[in-house]
Design a protein around this ligand. Structure first.
Ligand SMILES: *[C@@H]1O[C@H](CO)[C@@H](O)[C@H](O)[C@H]1NC(C)=O
Ligand SMILES: *[C@@H]1O[C@H](CO)[C@@H](O)[C@H](O)[C@H]1NC(C)=O
Ligand SMILES: *[C@@H]1O[C@H](CO)[C@@H](O)[C@H](O)[C@H]1NC(C)=O
Ligand SMILES: *[C@@H]1O[C@H](CO)[C@@H](O)[C@H](O)[C@H]1NC(C)=O
Ligand SMILES: *[C@@H]1O[C@H](CO)[C@@H](O)[C@H](O)[C@H]1NC(C)=O
Ligand SMILES: *[C@@H]1O[C@H](CO)[C@@H](O)[C@H](O)[C@H]1NC(C)=O
Ligand SMILES: *[C@@H]1O[C@H](CO)[C@@H](O)[C@H](O)[C@H]1NC(C)=O
Ligand SMILES: *[C@@H]1O[C@H](CO)[C@@H](O)[C@H](O)[C@H]1NC(C)=O
Ligand SMILES: [Ca+2]
Length: 539
């Protein structure tokens, strides 16, 4: 991300003189008195803490959301920041919820770049205090919310009522209500503190953060000028139960392949299909071109370490892997959700822990397991063992019937966003191992059907070889996408391309650059040095 631009600061000073000609805000303005009008119509504030902090540490901002460490958004790892920190605890009367929302403002007005930026959450984590620190460090006013549950609270604790029913208000808070409220409160506090509105407001999130970004685009586009949504966990009602498909098939077939076997399939598919895109780089760049038959590995031996041993691939193992690549299918053969690209690691979708190569237990993807146990079975100790094809189909139907409108975040009608003038830039790694890339493609296709000019305000970039929210050997745009968004919003520079950085071919300590293409264009090798951006084009 860029440091605040000089022109903006000059403009900002001009704005100050124009709007509040009196004195600049100063540290003493970071007090409860300044924010006493900070509220919303439908909430009851329980506590409002305001503290001026110098040298506030940004460390310890890694948090878990059920999927390990949230891939951090670009920014500075550990530093100190001078921040006016507002912590707000509130409830929606009658809903029995308790939401902690955090607002961070650069303490000294001359450090504020006159913009507002929210970072999204990950997994079951909506956000929290840690999410506002990097934006503030970079000069932005920011806010974030825990949406009613903290990182250490189990899904069953907040997802079910004491009577064992779905806690609908809590789910709505998590889905989008508390997020949009955090945005409104954050922008209001910004105005109260600096005496002027933020000139531009941005959302930047990935995974759950990408879903939250889409929720804002669909429901509250007027709150943001630019929304970045990486690997969005949209169509949550299908994505979440789909994540149990691998373990479900594994238990039907009674097979538990160790990770080394799972990886052998991925390696074999890459070996067969890598060159189809013209570049041997470990990446399968063109969607749909690879037709790899998992059963071709049956009877092959795999040498494993940790646990050590040699194991022979069986037909059942091949069938499980095929199923994960294909995605869930109903008993009568209809596709229920998308599968994964061949170069995506499958260790999360068909994970195991093993004591020896022949003694493994399947470990379901925790988000999906929580979803099915807590929100569908409403029984935290529910298990997929013994589940039939009919049972699985039924769970899938229930998920869509009961939750699509609450947390699906799949409404393709973006007319409000078009009207508001808001821009959204989505991107998705094609080697995503948690959220199937094609779910985002399908959603984008639906928006095109409703508005053939959707690319004027919403663009999707697929990133070959990039894993969930970044990383992998492919063209990762995580570090460049925010500048691209700002240029689109602030300068009208339409993102015809999105810069990504990949591992160089032939030298893993060097990088190469590639310019990703707005869907439906495809990032295409046209010949020449495979490490040169000019050897690729969009077709
Ligand atoms: C903050 O850090 C700076 C630089 O290390 C130091 O000069 C200053 O005294 C510190 N301020 C506070 C309030 O700790
Ligand atoms: C956050 O996680 C990253 C990746 O695991 C790690 O490199 C970094 O040190 C962590 N930062 C903090 C403050 O824990
Ligand atoms: C606000 O301050 C009170 C008293 O210091 C403290 O008990 C409470 O936890 C704080 N609330 C938040 C959200 O930090
Ligand atoms: C994704 O969609 C493309 C285009 O429809 C298709 O060719 C490809 O096979 C799909 N990939 C997966 C993993 O479903
Ligand atoms: C596994 O190890 C054995 C013994 O070291 C070796 O002969 C065999 O080629 C290896 N198989 C594979 C698939 O690497
Ligand atoms: C696996 O084999 C390696 C090499 O033979 C050895 O160093 C290691 O200790 C073994 N690990 C286990 C868990 O047996
Ligand atoms: C907008 O364009 C100006 C002039 O080319 C450039 O200096 C500035 O960095 C651009 N702003 C953004 C946000 O890209
Ligand atoms: C690989 O890239 C690194 C970093 O750019 C460079 O220092 C090194 O010389 C390269 N090695 C080779 C063999 O080209
Ligand atoms: Ca390739």
């Amino acid at each position: 991300m860029q440091p605040p631009i000089v022109t903006a600061l000059l403009l900002l000073c001009g704005l100050f003189r124009a709007t509040i000609a009196t004195k600049e805000p100063h540290v003493s303005a970071c007090s409860p008195k300044r924010f006493k009008s900070l509220s919303l119509e439908n909430i009851e504030i329980i506590s409002l803490n305001v503290t001026a902090n110098r040298n506030f540490s940004t460390s310890g901002r890694n948090a878990t959301g059920g999927v390990g460490v949230i891939p951090d958004l670009p920014g500075v790892e550990t530093a100190t920041v001078d921040i006016c920190l507002i912590s707000l605890t509130y409830t929606h009367p009658g809903q029995h919820d308790l939401i902690n929302t955090y607002i961070g403002l650069p303490l000294d007005a001359d450090k504020w770049n006159s913009r507002f930026l929210m970072h999204g959450g990950g997994g079951w984590l909506a956000g929290g205090q840690s999410s506002i620190l990097t934006p503030v460090l970079l000069g932005y006013a920011s806010s974030s919310t825990d949406a009613g549950h903290g990182p250490s609270e189990s899904t069953a604790d907040w997802g079910l009522t004491n009577q064992g029913q779905t806690n609908w208000p809590a789910l709505r808070d998590f889905s989008s209500l508390a997020i949009s409220e955090a945005a409104v409160l954050g922008k209001l506090a910004t105005r109260l503190y600096y005496g002027t509105h933020a000139r531009y407001s941005y959302w930047h999130g990935c995974s759950t953060g990408g879903r939250q970004g889409h929720a804002m685009a669909q429901e509250h586009p007027e709150l943001f000028d630019g929304i970045i949504a990486g690997a969005p966990a949209i169509v949550w009602d299908k994505f979440a139960p789909a994540g149990l498909w691998g373990p479900f098939i594994a238990q039907l077939l009674d097979t538990q392949p160790p990770l080394c076997v799972v990886e052998a399939f991925t390696q074999a598919a890459i070996a067969e299909c890598d060159a189809l895109d013209g570049v041997v780089d470990g990446i399968i760049a063109y969607p749909g071109q690879c037709q790899f038959d998992a059963s071709s590995l049956v009877d092959q031996e795999v040498n494993c370490t940790n646990p050590n041993g040699t194991i022979t691939i069986t037909k059942k193992m091949a069938d499980v892997i095929s199923a994960v690549w294909e995605g869930p299918v109903s008993e009568d053969g209809k596709s229920l959700w998308h599968g994964f690209h061949y170069d995506a690691s499958l260790g999360s979708m068909i994970g195991t822990i093993c004591t020896s190569v022949n003694e493994c237990t399947v470990v379901p993807f925790p988000i999906s397991e929580d979803w099915v146990n807590v929100f569908l079975a409403r029984n935290p100790s529910f298990s997929i063992n013994g589940l039939t094809r009919q049972d699985y189909d039924q769970l899938f139907r229930q998920s869509t019937d009961q939750y699509s409108s609450v947390i699906g975040t799949s409404n393709p009608d973006l007319s409000k966003m078009k009207k508001a003038g808001t821009k959204m830039l989505a991107w998705h790694g094609m080697a995503d191992q948690l959220v199937p890339t094609n779910g985002t493609v399908e959603y984008y296709e639906q928006t095109i059907k409703l508005d053939s000019e959707v690319a004027d305000y919403y663009r999707l970039f697929l990133a070959p070889g990039v894993t969930h929210c970044g990383f992998g050997s492919g063209f990762d745009p995580a570090e460049t996408v925010f500048d691209t968004m700002r240029a689109w919003v602030e300068n009208g520079t339409v993102p015809e391309r999105l810069e990504g950085v990949a591992v160089a071919v032939g030298n893993t300590s060097a990088t190469r650059t590639g310019y990703l293409c707005p869907y439906p264009q495809v990032f295409t090798y046209v010949g020449g040095d495979v490490n040169s951006a000019s050897s690729f084009t969009c077709r």
